[in-house]
Ligand binder design. Structure first.
Ligand SMILES: Cc1cc2nc3c(=O)[nH]c(=O)nc-3n(C[C@H](O)[C@H](O)[C@H](O)COP(=O)(O)OP(=O)(O)OC[C@H]3O[C@@H](n4cnc5c(N)ncnc54)[C@H](O)[C@@H]3O)c2cc1C
Length: 420
């Protein structure tokens, strides 16, 4: 590397901003450019489906850094500046304006975009997606005039937005193919808590439903499901998942498989000097021995700095457990681990009280856990997952047993295995 190298970050979101901050904090003295295609400095997205959508959070508190931070730290932040292509072999990229820029290290932090529904009527006025601050403002403005909202999709964004819109006093219908909100991630036991929560707040839940088309003249007037049911509305919010923004990587021939493939140091495989972090990265996880793409705040928040250190040649291995948080009505939660295939769910506390812990077990080991409104529980949950020893489900369920004392008697098979 030259004595005064140039590092470029593409994507001025959470991962990109945290990477830039860390590069300077670690003493990087070269040129540092941060390109973003949005019109403003990096901001946090979680409030967009919560307080910001409800008008409770002000715009200034969304920003990740104070105005002036980037200039003070000699970070050349270029907003409204899409990067058109990258050329890893030549260590160069091209902006949409045609300007070419050489780099010594490149970080791809381009995030994800909402999955669009290519259905008849999807272009009608009043059919919205939610990713950017501007999206949130459009939804909030339309919601202020709307009476009936249909939220399509029972994942995190659909569920949170349904809660916020209901709290704003709108009539809300929440529909999707699953049996309950969040059932795909949390399974039926815990998703049942969210089903009851939304129903108690007056959301009309329509499980097992698929949208066939949107009906209306210029503006959306109804959602039609594949079984012919009609849901009149004047606002539709689609939360049908997100897809990683891998277009630059794909065009450059970088390895992409549900995200840009990187190793545990967040280096792109086979492309010297190129790194990826955040929603766009499918990173090798030493614990799980697979590539994981995690679309959650904590991942971008932590991978940005990890990628920055890796760019500087500081030995780094990203091994954090996946984790996320969500707030819906009075139920705040944090989740850690990787559910996937569990064979048992254990509750500590009564889910109906909205203050409980849920553990997902596989072969008597805790593979994931979440708390609802028990804010000091997330660290012990993570410790149990990392520890990986079999637990006694009865002790796990008992709130009087400290979480570091729930190890159970080893089953005969496990004991035999450990002796050999
Ligand atoms: C409404 C909403 C609510 C959420 N709530 C939660 C929550 O409660 N809990 C949780 O854990 N997570 C939540 N998340 C997820 C979390 O916000 C994301 O995981 C996080 O923002 C990912 O950060 P990122 O930097 O990887 O990507 P992004 O934040 O998407 O940033 C990427 C940036 O790169 C830009 N970009 C892309 N391509 C180019 C290009 N070619 N040139 C220039 N710029 C480009 C994009 O426009 C964007 O500004 C939420 C997300 C949304 C949208």
């Amino acid at each position: 590397m030259p004595s005064s190298p140039t590092f470029v970050i593409v994507g001025a979101g959470l991962a990109g901003a945290k990477a830039a901050e860390t590069l300077r904090a670690e003493g990087f003295g070269g040129r540092l450019l941060l390109f973003g295609d949005e019109a403003e400095r990096p901001y946090d997205r979680p409030p967009l489906s919560k307080g910001y959508l409800r008008g409770e959070t002000d715009r200034d508190s969304l920003y990740l850094h104070q105005d002036g931070f980037y200039a003070t730290h000699d970070i050349e932040l270029h907003t409204s500046t899409p990067v058109r292509s990258i050329h890893p072999a030549a260590h160069r990229l091209e902006l949409a304006s045609g300007e070419r820029i050489g780099y010594d290290r490149l970080l791809l932090a381009t995030g994800a975009a909402p999955r669009r529904l290519p259905l008849p009527g999807a272009e009608l006025v009043g059919v919205h997606y939610l990713r950017s601050r501007r999206d949130a403002e459009l939804v909030a403005t339309t919601a202020a005039r709307a009476e009936h909202v249909v939220v399509v999709g029972t994942g995190w964004i659909g569920s949170e937005a349904a809660a916020s819109l209901r709290q704003l006093g709108r009539e809300v219908t929440l529909l999707g193919p699953d049996t309950a909100p969040l059932a795909r991630v949390l399974g039926p036991e815990v998703a049942g808590v969210y089903r009851d929560l939304h129903a108690d707040h007056g959301v009309q839940l329509v499980p097992g439903s698929r949208v066939a088309r949107f009906r209306g003249h210029r503006r959306v007037e109804a959602v039609i499901t594949s079984d012919g049911r009609v849901f009149p509305c004047d606002l539709v919010l689609v939360g049908a998942g997100a897809i990683p923004r891998t277009e630059l990587a794909v065009a450059a021939g970088l390895p992409v498989q549900n995200g840009v493939l990187v190793n545990d140091r967040l280096q792109v495989l086979g492309a010297a000097g190129v790194f990826a972090a955040g929603d766009v990265a499918a990173a090798w996880h030493p614990r799980y021995q697979t590539h994981l793409r995690v679309e959650h705040w904590a991942n971008a928040f932590n991978q940005g700095p990890a990628a920055a250190r890796s760019m500087l040649g500081i030995p780094t291995s990203y091994e954090r457990l996946p984790s996320f948080f969500s707030d819906q009505y009075d139920l705040g939660m944090q989740y850690a681990g990787l559910g996937g295939a569990w064979d048992q769910v254990v509750f500590r506390g009564d889910p109906a009280t909205h203050a409980f812990i849920a553990f997902w077990l596989k072969d008597q080991r805790v593979i994931a856990g979440m708390h609802a409104n028990i804010w000091d529980a997330i660290e012990p949950i993570q410790t149990l997952i990392r520890d990986g020893r079999p637990v006694d489900p009865a002790r796990l369920a008992d709130p009087t047993v400290p979480m570091d004392q729930v190890a159970g008697p080893r089953s005969a098979a496990l004991t035999a295995g450990s002796i050999q």
